[in-house]
Design a protein around this ligand. Sequence first.
Ligand SMILES: [Zn+2]
Length: 59
Amino acid sequence: MEYKCSVCGDQVEGDLVVFTEHTEKHIIDEIKSTHPEWAGDNGVCVPCAEYFRKQLKGE
Ligand SMILES: [Zn+2]
């Protein structure tokens, strides 16, 4: 199954990461600040998820 990551636009195989509004709202907000058109339930690819998690940690 292939998905299109709506953040980086890459076609990715396998699973998208879908954030739970309740537990990861800060990540959702961070992504939306750079990608206003993105909706939380669109999900992102794994590298994007890792990237934004690191952004929030300031790494
Ligand atoms: Zn991506």
